[in-house]
Unconditional design. Structure first.
Length: 317
C-alpha cells in the first residue's frame, strides 16, 4: 500500500473525521455529537450548545498580516458563528493560549481584548481557559450557547423543494487573504474583512424561529459547506451564480490579480456567513436572501452544472 493510502493526506480532512467519529462512543448526556456545527450536551436542568476551534500561527493567521486584537476577534467569531448556526445564542467562551515564552505581554493583552470585544457583541463573556508555553503560537477557543427552548437546527433537515438562503457575505475574507498573500494591503475593504469578519449572529436564532430546516456556518467555503448539508440531509443543492453581486473593490482586485471573483464568493471561507434551507412557503427572515434550491439527488451544483475546482478549504489537502 502506498504512503498516501495509510496517511491523513490519503483520506483528507473529512474522511479522517468520518473514520475517527466512527470509533467513538457517547454517554447519555450527549444529545448531538460530532458532524454538525456544534455539539449539544445536556446539563442538569437545560441544554448547552458547545463548539471548539483552534488557530495556529502560520496556518490560520500571521502576525505580520493582522494585529493581536484582530486575531482575537477572528478566533472568537469562528466559534460564536458555529453556535449561531445551531439556532442558539452564544453565552460564553473558554480560551486556551499556547505561546512562545518571548511573546510580548501587550500582544497577549490585546488578543484578550479582541476576544472579549467580539464576545460582547452577542452578550457573551470570556469565562476561563488555560495558558501554556509552546514554540508555536496556538489559540483554542470553546464557545457555549443557549437554545432558549428551540430545537437545534442541524445539517440533516433539508428537503427537496426547500429554498437555500444566505445571511451575511461571502468571498470578502478570501479575497483579502489573496491580496495579503500577494504582498498588498489594499483594497482595505477586503483586507479588513479577512482581519475581522462581520458575522450575522442574530440571523441564526431568527432562522430557527422562522422554521429553517437545516443550517451551517460558512467557514470553509459556501459550496463545500452546503455540500456538508446536502450529504447529511441526503439531498442535492443548486446555487445560482446571479444571486451573488461582485462588489467593485472585489472586481477590481480580481482583475488585477487574475482571479475569477466567483472563486472567492462561492468557494472562499472565513466570512462566517450563515447558510440555511427553508420550506418554500416560509417567508425568509430579514437579512436572509435566496441563493439556490434543494433538489433530489446528491452533491452541489452551480447553475445546474458541476463546479470546476476546489469547493472550499480542507486542512489536509
Amino acid at each position: 500500500m502506498s504512503e498516501h493510502g495509510t496517511s491523513v493526506v490519503g483520506v483528507g480532512e473529512f474522511g479522517l473525521i468520518d473514520r475517527v467519529t466512527a470509533r467513538l462512543s457517547y454517554g447519555s448526556t450527549v444529545l448531538l455529537g460530532p458532524g454538525d456545527d456544534a455539539a449539544v450536551v445536556a446539563a442538569s436542568d437545560a441544554r448547552v450548545v458547545a463548539s471548539t476551534d483552534v488557530l495556529v500561527e502560520g496556518r490560520h493567521f500571521r502576525r505580520d498580516w493582522s494585529g493581536a486584537r484582530d486575531i482575537g476577534h477572528r478566533a472568537a467569531a469562528a466559534n460564536l458563528a458555529d453556535v449561531a448556526a445551531m439556532g442558539a445564542r452564544p453565552t460564553a467562551l473558554l480560551v486556551a493560549l499556547c505561546m512562545p515564552a518571548d511573546l510580548a505581554i501587550a500582544w497577549a493583552e490585546e488578543l484578550a481584548d479582541g476576544l472579549a470585544a467580539e464576545a460582547a457583541t452577542v452578550g457573551a463573556s470570556v469565562v476561563g481557559g488555560d495558558m501554556s508555553s509552546s514554540p508555536t503560537l496556538t489559540i483554542a477557543v470553546t464557545a457555549l450557547g443557549d437554545l432558549g427552548g428551540r430545537a437545534p437546527v442541524t445539517r440533516a433537515g433539508a428537503r427537496p423543494g426547500d429554498v437555500v438562503a444566505l445571511a451575511g457575505r461571502t468571498g470578502y475574507a478570501a479575497a483579502g487573504l489573496t491580496v495579503l498573500s500577494r504582498g498588498f494591503r489594499t483594497p482595505r475593504l477586503l483586507v479588513e474583512a479577512y482581519r475581522r469578519p462581520e458575522v450575522p449572529y442574530a440571523a441564526g436564532p431568527q432562522a430557527a424561529d422562522a422554521g429553517a430546516t437545516a443550517m451551517i456556518d460558512v467557514s470553509d467555503g459556501l459550496l463545500a459547506d452546503l455540500g456538508h448539508v446536502a450529504r447529511a440531509s441526503g439531498v442535492a443543492m443548486d446555487v445560482r451564480r446571479d444571486a451573488f453581486e461582485v462588489p467593485r473593490q472585489m472586481r477590481d482586485a480580481a482583475q488585477a490579480l487574475g482571479v475569477d471573483p466567483y472563486t472567492w464568493l462561492l468557494a472562499g471561507g472565513e466570512d462566517h456567513a450563515l447558510a440555511a434551507t427553508f420550506p418554500p412557503a416560509v417567508p425568509l427572515p430579514e437579512g436572509w436572501r435566496p441563493v439556490g434550491e434543494v433538489t433530489p439527488g446528491s452533491g452541489v451544483t452551480v447553475d445546474g452544472r458541476p463546479w470546476e475546482g476546489a469547493a472550499g478549504w480542507d486542512h489536509f489537502r
